[in-house]
Design a protein around this ligand. Structure first.
Ligand code: FE
Ligand code: FE
Ligand code: ZN
Length: 276
């Protein structure tokens, strides 16, 4: 099954996101759990949450991705920022129990000069504080472009974070094509090589989702500027090879391209056509 969708506004709740997804040919989607710049989340409406569970049980939707706010940095140098990260991740994971079986993606964080080792230890420590036995949400570390002191630009860093967690079986990875390309991995000329490397370092069984984005910048630029599908340095053909790769079959793939809904609908239709 090709699970293809895009990032959607969560302001109308799950019912609205399910309707919107259907209207643009999406069978998965991603949403922010709260304002991406941080702040309090709206109260969960159990009846609204049930509309997602029902749509998934009916086969209309695959797993969806809840995205943590960008302001979450569990490896900040500031204790207050680390506490905010733990509170937010913890609150989000408890809320996601209303919609079991889905994915919770976050940016591992920036070590802001403390060094990768310290950063990795702090991230694993934060995960141990917020994850709980029996949780029904998989936590995903997003692959990053490696800008500044950002962790997650190297597959090795993701593996180390997972290895240090108390519940590694509930931690996976979301591969963002723009970020991986900007981090220096050659998705355009050597997709199989990148996937082999991912498998060797992290394990392909830990790959649970993709962000399908083109990139405004050349490989290795460490920039993280998304481009519309086919409009950037990765290009349509390489993105089609990714979306249709047998090793990635069945994973939810979400567009985070600079688009409004009609643009997303067109990109989803184009990828579906090319991946037939
Ligand atoms: Fe992200
Ligand atoms: Fe992303
Ligand atoms: Zn990005």
């Amino acid at each position: 099954m090709l699970y293809l969708g895009c990032h959607l506004s969560s302001s109308g709740g799950f019912a609205a996101m399910c309707r919107t997804a259907h209207s643009i040919g999406a069978n998965t989607f991603q949403f922010f759990t709260r304002n991406p710049r941080g702040g309090a989340a709206k109260a969960i409406d159990p009846a609204d949450a049930q509309t997602l569970t029902d749509a998934q049980a009916a086969g209309a939707l695959g797993p969806v991705i809840a995205h943590a706010p960008y302001t979450v940095n569990p490896c900040s140098r500031t204790e207050k920022t680390r506490e905010f990260a733990v509170q937010t991740l913890s609150d989000d994971l408890r809320r996601l129990e209303y919609t079991p079986g889905n994915l919770y993606n976050f940016h591992p964080g920036s070590h802001v000069g403390q060094g990768a080792e310290t950063g990795i230890a702090l991230i694993a420590q934060a995960l141990d504080q917020v994850m709980f036995p029996g949780q029904r949400t998989l936590v995903l570390l997003e692959t990053m472009s490696g800008k500044g002191t950002e962790l997650g630009g190297r597959f090795e860093e993701l593996r180390e974070i997972i290895d240090r967690c108390a519940m590694p079986e509930a931690v996976g990875v979301c591969l963002d094509t723009c970020h991986v390309h900007d981090a220096g991995y050659d998705l355009v000329h050597d997709l199989d090589g990148v996937l082999t490397e991912f498998d060797r370092v992290v394990g392909l069984s830990r790959l649970k989702a993709l962000h399908l984005n083109d990139s405004k910048n050349p490989r290795g630029s460490h920039k993280d500027r998304h481009e519309v599908i086919g409009g950037g340095a990765i290009g349509l053909e390489a993105l089609v090879r990714i979306a249709s790769h047998p090793a990635l079959r069945g994973l939810p793939m979400v567009l985070e391209t600079p688009n409004a809904l009609p643009g997303y609908a067109a990109e989803i239709a184009l990828l579906r056509e090319k991946c037939k």
